[in-house]
Design a protein around this ligand. Structure first.
Ligand code: NAD
Length: 354
């Protein structure tokens, strides 16, 4: 199959491109605007592969996207392009409305035009896969409960509201125009090539350099963590085998409080990079004023994708975190320039997760 991936130079999109080229026979066209969050070096391992092609462009440009679809004739579109950082959405929601809502609308219209022009057999087989977040469901009490695909939407932040809006547009294009869409809502991802403004890479790199480790509130907020390569495998399954009009929750059954995550990072760094003048890095943790509208807990019931598509997370939080910490220790050439040149900083230099 030929798959058009939007946002393939971002954290999850690049993992999807590496997975599709490295582990499958599919070909990939990667359409990405190359915002601050993008990194083409995350694709260095596949850039010379004849089954891979990169195109710089904005999903808001409907005419360009339509021309690209006509020229490349993909069987599947996997839509990951988005503004994705919650703190940035609080400081400046405009870009989130533009890319996540308007951009998804323009993309849907370009795809609808292309899909309508396909011959009957290819039209039926075509899929538009919209990649979304569990944050559209709002939050859960600390004591219990899980998000299912039937949980009502109740987004809290400008980011999650923009993703919720895009999810509704995608489902409306299915119900109204018959576009064969599939949707997935995933919990927090972590792993290699994660932009160092997000919680786990930020804490790994600050901890490595023995800088302060600022945690929102008391660090009690709970997130359900998934290793990014497990997500990439799940996305391939949803895109190629999901049932049109259906959504799939994806999560790793790895709930951890933010404080537990940061402590685990400190302990891993103390083991792998003890350094001189040592001492436990847990002493670097400080608590800072909470993020406004901070969701308490996210947790995913991944039963549908497990039973219907046979997916299972391979990494536990412990194995995935160890791989991730080691990757950052071994790949300074990837993160050092980003941290020095492009990381503009966010509200507090702290992070609750995404
Ligand atoms: P990211 O910020 O790392 O990457 C986003 C990519 O989209 C970047 O390469 C950027 O250049 C590109 N992009 C942004 N605006 C664009 C536009 N207008 N046109 C074309 N390209 C554009 O994000 P990520 O963490 O990889 O997330 C990818 C998708 O997965 C997003 O839709 C996000 O909502 C969703 N998601 C993320 C997580 C997570 O934990 N990171 C969890 C669940 C779902």
């Amino acid at each position: 199959m030929k798959i058009l991936v939007t946002g393939g130079a971002g954290f999850i999109g690049s993992a999807v491109c590496r997975h599709l080229i490295g582990e499958t026979d599919h070909s990939v066209v990667n359409l990405d605007k190359l915002t601050y969050a993008a990194s083409l070096t995350s694709l260095a391992a596949i850039e010379a592969d004849p089954r891979y092609r990169f195109v710089k462009g904005d999903i808001c440009d409907r005419a360009m996207v339509r021309a690209l679809l006509d020229a490349e004739a993909p069987d599947v579109v996997m839509h990951l392009a988005a503004e994705s950082h919650v703190d940035r959405s609080i400081d400046g929601p405009g870009a989130f409305i533009q890319t996540n809502i308007v951009g998804t609308y323009e993309l849907l219209e370009a795809v609808r035009g292309y899909w309508s022009s396909l011959p009957a057999g290819r039209r039926e087989a075509f899929r538009f896969h919209h990649v979304s977040t569990d944050e559209v469901y709002g939050d859960l009490p600390l004591e219990g409960g899980l998000f299912t695909e039937d949980t009502p939407y109740a987004p809290s932040s400008p980011y999650s509201a923009s993703k919720a809006a895009s999810d509704h547009l995608v489902m409306a294009w299915h119900h109204t125009y018959g576009l064969p869409v599939v949707l997935s809502n995933c919990s927090n991802n972590y792993g290699p090539y994660h932009f160092p403004e997000k919680l786990i890479p930020l804490m790994i790199l600050n901890g490595l350099e023995r800088k302060p480790l600022p945690v929102y509130g008391r660090g009690e907020n709970v997130r359900d963590w998934l290793y990014v390569d497990d997500h990439a495998r799940a996305l391939e399954l949803v895109a190629t085998r999901g049932e049109p009009g259906r959504s799939y929750n994806i999560g790793g059954r790895n709930e951890r409080s933010n404080l537990a995550v940061v402590e685990a990072i400190c302990d891993a760094l103390d083991r792998f990079a003890p350094g001189e003048g040592g001492g436990s890095r847990r002493a670097l943790i400080s608590f800072v004023t909470d993020r406004p509208g901070h969701d308490l807990r996210y947790a995913i019931d991944a039963g549908r994708i497990e039973t219907e598509l046979g997916w299972r997370a391979r990494e536990t939080f412990e194995t995935g975190l160890e791989k991730t910490v080691r990757w950052y220790l071994d790949n300074e050439a990837w993160w050092r320039p980003i941290r020095a040149e492009r990381y503009a900083g966010t509200r507090l230099g702290a992070s609750s997760a995404k």
